[in-house]
Design a protein around this ligand. Structure first.
Ligand code: ARG
Length: 456
């Protein structure tokens, strides 16, 4: 028996029911559904639409049903169409006619919109928590690498030396915007659609504000059509998840690169690496690769929900039932990946000495020479050109910048003095940076202190 079959002469086709049941997915929202029902019935009691006696019986039975579902005593049967039907039917089973009053002035359209919002509110908090843990792990590694020098890249070509701590903190800072986005999404999600009564509102004297207050929500979605029609808050959350995943994927890509023999910079802990069934020497960074790969799921979810919603006339349409599978997928995947990225990073060892010596005299110090000439009043564009010519000589003669003589330098500009050779060290390059937020130890220390406080 469904909640709606009395106007039909035939029962719903079995195959069609199987096709349209959402229990496997929305069954996961039973807690949210029960919380919403409890608030709704309390409001109906306050408004004297449902008597205190009936209301109390309903409230008690709803808590029992919660326990029955949690313990597995009440099986979530897909033949019941959706979680809202299962709970209401079980309620009537338990307390008879009194249970039939719960759905007064309410539609499943209101319920599902509410359940999703309560779910988003809860999951935003847990994603933020995991993001913060990952940020703290990045910061911890940064603190251990305040004087580890790496090559910085643009286009994956050597650009300028960096402190590794600086590089790690870039991720901390990126992730903080993810946290902002999540908080922002929660602000909008935390409003109640209850009382839309399918779409038009109701002639019964309900109190929508009261229900919202009971659910600890910011307010109600005033327009009853809007309340049941939109899924923009899902799109916001999945989009925030997609951005987190994009960040995690870039981080993973760097772990994969750094752990290659060519980079030889990161050493993944054995407990987070895998081997090959054929090549005995292999040690593969599968966990980082999987995080990078799982981005596909979350981008897929984002595109799916955008597509589902794009041409729907107002108000509710059954297409919208397809939203939850993507919501849950995006949330679960993002949480899993944040968790794994944290565990992986905790145990990685980075080779502090990998780059420093190799970068002394390297062509990536060319910009330091440009700045030197600018300091000697040579116009920037002219200085850039001179150093470019010197780089060309180095490339031709297969030499480092510190392997040319001062006499050779002077052929390009009389401004060059012996002192340039002290500039041609990766450490000096990093130390000489002055600007706010730069890679100098002083600025990096400031950033570390800032994030230590912010992430407390
Ligand atoms: N299972 C539905 C969903 O997830 C609930 C709302 C159903 N409403 C309806 N009128 N069929 O969207």
């Amino acid at each position: 028996m469904s909640l709606w079959n009395s106007r039909f002469k035939k029962s719903f086709d079995k195959g069609a029911l199987k096709f349209s049941s959402s229990v496997v997915v929305d069954g996961k929202l039973y807690n949210e559904d029960i919380d919403g029902s409890k608030a709704h019935v309390k409001m109906l009691m306050k408004q004297k639409i449902v008597s205190a006696n009936d209301g109390i019986a309903i409230l008690k039975a709803l808590e029992e049903i919660r326990k029955e579902i949690k313990s597995g005593k009440l099986k979530l049967d897909w033949q019941k169409e959706d979680i809202h039907s299962i709970i209401e039917e079980r309620l009537v089973d338990k307390i008879g006619e009194r249970g039939k009053r719960l759905h007064t002035a309410r539609s499943r359209n209101d319920q599902v919109a509410l359940d999703e919002r309560l779910y988003i509110r809860k999951e935003v908090d847990s994603i933020i928590k995991l993001t913060k843990i990952f940020q703290r792990t990045l910061l911890k590694q940064a603190q251990q690498h305040k004087d580890t020098i790496i090559s910085g890249y643009t286009h994956l070509q050597r650009a300028q030396p960096l402190l590794f701590a600086h590089h790690l903190i870039a991720y901390v800072s990126m992730l903080e915007r993810d946290v902002d986005r999540l908080n922002d999404c929660k602000k909008r999600a935390n409003n109640s659609p209850l009382g839309a009564a399918a779409l038009a509102g109701t002639s019964l004297p309900i109190d929508r504000q009261y229900t919202a207050k009971l659910l600890d929500m910011n307010g109600v979605i005033i327009n009853s059509i809007d309340a049941v029609s939109d899924r923009d808050v899902l799109i916001e959350l999945i989009s925030a998840c997609a951005t987190i995943m994009m960040h995690l994927s870039r981080f993973s890509e760097e772990i994969v690169l750094w752990s290659s023999q060519e980079f030889s910079f990161a050493l993944i802990d054995d407990s987070f690496a895998t081997g090959s069934s054929l090549m005995p020497q292999k040690k593969n960074p599968d966990i980082a690769e999987l995080i990078r790969g799982k981005v596909g799921r979350v981008y897929g979810s984002l595109f799916a929900i955008l597509t589902i919603m794009k041409s729907l006339p107002l108000a509710y349409n059954r297409d919208m039932q397809e939203d939850k599978v993507h919501l849950l997928e995006a949330v679960d995947t993002t949480k899993d990946c944040l968790n794994m990225a944290t565990e992986l990073l905790k145990k990685i060892r980075f080779d502090k000495k990998r780059f420093e010596k190799e970068l002394d005299g390297n062509l990536l110090l060319a910009t330091d020479l440009v700045d030197y000439l600018v300091g000697k009043q040579v116009p920037f564009r002219k200085a850039h050109q001179i150093i470019g010519e010197i780089v060309a000589v180095c490339v031709d003669q297969n030499k480092k910048l510190n392997e040319l003589s001062i006499a050779q330098y002077k052929q390009f500009s009389t401004k060059f003095e012996e002192e340039i050779f002290t500039l041609l060290k990766s450490k000096t390059s990093v130390n000489n940076k002055l600007s706010q937020g730069s890679t100098s130890p002083v600025e990096v220390e400031k950033q570390i202190l800032f994030w230590k406080k912010a992430l407390k």
